[in-house]
Design a binder for this molecule. Structure first.
Ligand code: CA
Length: 226
């Protein structure tokens, strides 16, 4: 073997080692990206005092942090919630709770205040009111102001006639449910909720609430766990 052959052998060897290292790096990087799809906490968010469908003692709790002013929440509510309801809530497998995340200022807080009042009056009416609020959110130009006290009263009157309108108005004006907002904000802080909607399945926070396959996978995993 002459000097040149020896050198080219070395080049091949080094190249192989470098390419090999690069492959390992890419794989490790992909694995860590995959890991970031979820963030785990030691416990699940407390759903005490939160609107909840299904048994509060269900093995798997799914909590949505949502904002009536947020367009992604409207999309989630209209396109993903019905699937989740059909697959897991109506079948009694999970509990589903809604926590107000008031990330869009005064309109978010106003709608959340009304929703808490409706919930306090009639826990079932809350879910109708919740659906109707998201439906009422304009498809286009959602930044334009649309949540007003009059609009909230109008939605309640049209879709949840069992709600006492005067009581609702009083609760909005007096901010009766401010302590509930503080409880919601405490959960947001504890679970480091930074975007809406955020979905937490037991103690696992998903980074992409629009990946329904991932939601299913996480629920199935939690249902299986002893
Ligand atoms: Ca709440």
């Amino acid at each position: 073997m002459n000097k040149n052959q020896n050198l080219s052998k070395k080049v091949v060897l080094y190249t192989t080692v470098i390419v090999g290292l690069m492959v390992v790096l890419v794989v490790v990087n992909q694995l860590s990206t995959k890991k970031e799809q979820v963030q785990s906490f030691d416990d699940r968010p407390s759903i005490e005092g939160q609107p909840t469908l299904g048994s509060p003692n269900a093995k798997v709790s799914v909590v949505e942090f949502g904002d009536y002013k947020c367009p992604a929440c409207k999309a989630w509510s209209e396109q993903y919630f019905p699937r989740l309801k059909q697959d897991y809530i109506d079948t009694g497998k999970i509990s589903f709770s809604f926590v107000n995340a008031m990330f869009h200022g005064g309109e978010s807080r106003l709608a959340a205040m009304a929703a808490e009042s409706v919930f306090a009056q009639d826990s079932q009416a809350f879910w109708t009111f919740n659906d109707e609020l998201f439906k009422a959110q304009p498809e286009a130009d959602h930044d334009a102001a649309w949540i007003t006290t009059d609009k909230l009263l109008e939605i309640a009157e049209a879709h949840t006639p069992q709600i006492d309108r005067d009581k609702l108005l009083e609760d909005i004006n007096n901010q009766t449910f401010l302590p509930q907002h503080e409880a919601d904000n405490a959960l947001i802080e504890k679970f480091n909720v930074e975007q809406t909607p955020t979905i937490i399945i037991n103690g696992i926070k998903l980074s992409d609430p629009f990946d329904y396959e991932k939601i299913k996978e996480m629920i199935e995993e939690q249902l299986k766990e002893g």
